[in-house]
Design a protein around this ligand. Structure first.
Ligand code: FES
Length: 185
């Protein structure tokens, strides 16, 4: 399954995302960890044919714009991804990632500005360190660390964004469904 054309309008956290066909959700800049709890409302419908469910945290300055460009350039990429816009990849708390996996997403993609191009100087370096540590934690928990992926995609790299989503989706298909928290559902 592929998605073509422009991406859906942003759905801000203040809207009732439980009743909205959410594709993009904005995570505001002045947020606390409480906001991630709202992700509980982002339910992905059960599909008869299993497809990996990927949650992408995209920096608004680069990767989110890259995703937009992929849409406006009509690049094809798997429709498996749901996107949350963040002010910087460094804003992604490891708890957000764990929460996403607990909610049944099969993988999480964190994507930000290229190293050295973060609008907040070192946010993406922080993200890189956090993801490395979170991967180790996942391994300790018995979860395949490949379920978390990081990428650096600029606003002008719509094609790269499409390739990253296709690649991560392919890897998740090989890893299989996230069953770790299945008995909690
Ligand atoms: Fe884009 Fe920091 S502003 S990763």
């Amino acid at each position: 399954m592929t998605r073509r054309g422009t991406v859906s309008p942003i759905i801000r956290m203040s809207t009732n995302i439980a009743t909205t066909p959410a594709y993009m959700v904005e995570l505001g800049s002045s947020i606390g960890s409480i906001y991630i709890l709202d992700l509980a409302e982002v339910r992905v419908k059960q599909e008869s044919e299993w497809e990996p469910k990927l949650l992408g945290f995209l920096c608004k300055w680069c990767s989110y714009a890259g995703a937009d460009l992929a849409g406006t350039s009509r690049k094809k990429y798997p429709a498996n991804i749901r996107i949350i816009k963040v002010p910087c990849s460094g804003r992604v708390d490891p708890l957000f990632i764990l929460k996403a996996l607990r909610l049944g997403f099969d993988g999480v993609l964190v994507s930000g500005c290229h190293p050295g191009e973060c609008h907040y100087q070192t946010g993406n370096y922080r993200a890189r360190r956090r993801i490395a540590i979170t991967k180790k934690f996942l391994e300790y928990m018995g979860i395949d660390p490949q379920r978390i992926q990081a990428s650096w995609v600029s606003a002008s790299e719509g094609g790269k964004f499409a390739e990253v989503v296709a690649e991560v989706t392919k890897e998740l298909k090989e890893i299989g469904a996230n069953q770790l928290f299945a008995d909690e559902k």
